[in-house]
Design a protein around this ligand. Structure first.
Ligand SMILES: C[S@@+](CC[C@H](N)C(=O)[O-])C[C@H]1O[C@@H](n2cnc3c(N)ncnc32)[C@H](O)[C@@H]1O
Length: 308
């Protein structure tokens, strides 16, 4: 089995590792605050109150809970920045020079993530805009829906930023690729470089049925990242906040080595059971044409085929 899973605190695990061993991190972190504490998880599992909210339903479909980030005050936003600095410090040592770190964020919080990671020593290398309707924001003013029917309290978010960082290296990229196998992002094809906009979808029902985690990311998206972060198709990807195991399943799909850490035993078991099934799914990158496939030779897409 090319992947290893640990039911552990990511920070403890990272501290116990040797330096310069990992090629990449792809992760969707807990944002360091409240949403994955046992108190908030228990409220979410009971379906009552706390930081988790159920987004409004437009079509009668039951929506999954989402963390309510708009309630964060300035101190809590600063805590996010500090938490990412701590995360950056913990991961910097175990990554090879030139290793990429791709972190899921959202349109409200990404500046705090970027500054925290930069302050821990990583280079900020841009972001991928995942075009997806998250159903966050865009509501009319509370208790004033009729009076202010043409007003939104905030934009409805239709994209999700995935931030890209790199551990700095000495010398040229070519030298680093030879020595550490890292530093660049794998191209989509000889003609097409890695692209920073991706039409996406919410996680399909069949994937959520396999791995019932409230933040499960789609395989189409995670395979896009897993392939990109290993420029030479070799190395080990870490997801320190594995959740339902979507990163590990994507790595497994390509036969890449990976390591997943999850602190919550219920989620850990969900991931352990779900990863082999998610990895077997036949998926395409939603938004690309039907001939988009992942194969041993890489993704077969070209820029002209992007649908916006
Ligand atoms: C946003 S979710 C990840 C979802 C995942 N990307 C997926 O597709 O299923 C973050 C996960 O990190 C876990 N977590 C929170 N703090 C942790 C820690 N210190 N160490 C390891 N896991 C942690 C939470 O229990 C949660 O499952």
């Amino acid at each position: 089995m090319p992947y290893k899973l640990y039911n552990s605190d990511a920070f403890d695990w990272l501290e116990s590792q040797e330096a310069n061993i990992l090629h990449a991190i792809v992760t969707d972190p807990p944002y360091g605050l409240q949403e994955y504490t046992s108190k908030e998880l228990s409220k979410m599992r009971k379906g009552k109150g706390g930081v988790w909210r159920i987004p409004p339903s437009f079509d009668g479909a039951k929506r999954r809970p989402q963390p309510r980030f708009t309630i964060l005050n300035n101190d809590e936003l600063n805590d996010i920045k500090n938490w990412f600095e701590k995360f950056g410090n913990a991961t910097f040592r175990v990554l090879r020079p030139g290793a990429h770190v791709i972190i899921a964020s959202n349109s409200l919080l990404f500046p705090y993530v970027a500054i925290g990671m930069k302050d821990s020593g990583f280079e900020f290398r841009g972001s991928v805009a995942r075009l997806v309707r998250t159903l966050r924001g865009g509501d009319r003013p509370k208790n004033g829906h009729k009076e202010f029917n043409m007003v939104s309290s905030a934009p409805r978010s239709c994209w999700e930023p995935w931030l890209i960082f790199r551990k700095p290296f000495k010398g040229t990229l070519v030298e680093n690729l030879r020595k550490w196998e890292t530093g660049g992002l794998q191209r989509i094809s000889e003609e097409t470089p890695f692209l920073d906009v991706l039409q996406s979808q919410r996680t399909p029902l069949n994937e959520r049925r396999i791995s019932d985690h409230p933040s499960l990311k789609p395989q189409s998206l995670m395979r896009y990242f897993a392939k990109a972060v290993l420029p030479l198709d070799r190395g080990t990807i870490l997801d320190p906040f594995m959740g339902g195991g979507s990163t590990i399943a994507a790595a497994e799909y390509f036969g890449f080595e990976s390591i997943g850490i999850e602190i919550d035993k219920i989620f850990f078991d969900i991931a352990k059971n779900g990863i082999p099934l998610l990895a077997k799914l036949d998926v395409r990158i939603n938004g690309f044409q039907d001939d988009t496939t992942f194969s041993d030779k890489g993704t077969t897409i070209t820029q002209e085929k992007l649908e916006f």
